[in-house]
Design a protein around this ligand. Sequence first.
Ligand SMILES: O=C(O)[C@@H](CO)OP(=O)(O)O
Length: 228
Amino acid sequence: MPRLILIRHGQSEWNLANRFTGWWDVGLTDKGIAEAQAAGRLLAVKGMLPTVAFTSYQTRAIKTLCLALEQCDRLWIPEHKDWRLNERHYGGLTGLDKQQTRDRHGDEQVHIWRRSFDTPPPPLEKGSEFDLSSDPRYAGVEVPDSESLKDTIARVLPYYREAIEPVLRQGETVIISAHGNSLRALVKHLSGISDDEITGLEIPTGQPIVYELDDDLAATDRYYLSER
Ligand SMILES: O=C(O)[C@@H](CO)OP(=O)(O)O
C-alpha cells in the first residue's frame, strides 16, 4: 500500500529570529540541522524508507530532505522540486519581526494575517528587497505578492494531484519535505479538515508524519512516526 511521509523543515534562521519568512530563502540553524538528521535516523530505525522524494524550491526544505535522506542511506532516490510546495508567501510582512508587528498592529490583526483561512497579508511592494520576481529560480513563475492559506492550497493541491498522486498509485513510499502552510494544505486534504479547523493545526519542525493510504489514496491512518 502507498505511504506518504510529510516533514516540515527543521528550525530555520528566521524561525529562531521570529521573523515572517514565507518565500524568503533562509538556512537552517544548528538545531534545525540536528532535527533533520534525527528525523532521518528515525526513518531508518522504523524501517520507513522513502523511495521517491518531493520538496520545494526553498533551501530549508531541500536541506532538511537531504540531511534526513543521508541518515537513512536514501540520498540516491529520485527527488523532485517544485515551487508549488513553497511556504505561503507572506507579502509585505516578509522580513518583519513577529513581535514588533504585534506591538504595532495588535494581536488580533496579526493573528488574522497569520492564521485566517482566506485573508492574505498586505501585498509586498514591487522593488522591495524581498521581491523575488527576478530570482532565477522563479523564471517562468508568476511570483505572488502575498498569499492566504486558501491561495496556498490552490497551488499545492493541483501539484499533489498531477505529480505526487501518480507516484503514490505505483505503491511508492513518498516523502515530502515542505513548510508549515504547504503541509497544512496537504493535511487538510488528506484528513478532510474544515477551513476553520485547519488554521489551528500547528505542524512541528522536523517531525515525520506518516499517512497510510489505500489504493484510492484515501488515508486509513495518520500518525507521528516518533509515536509508533
Ligand atoms: O514565517 C513563516 O513563513 C511561517 C512559518 O514559520 O510563519 P507562521 O507560523 O506565521 O505561518
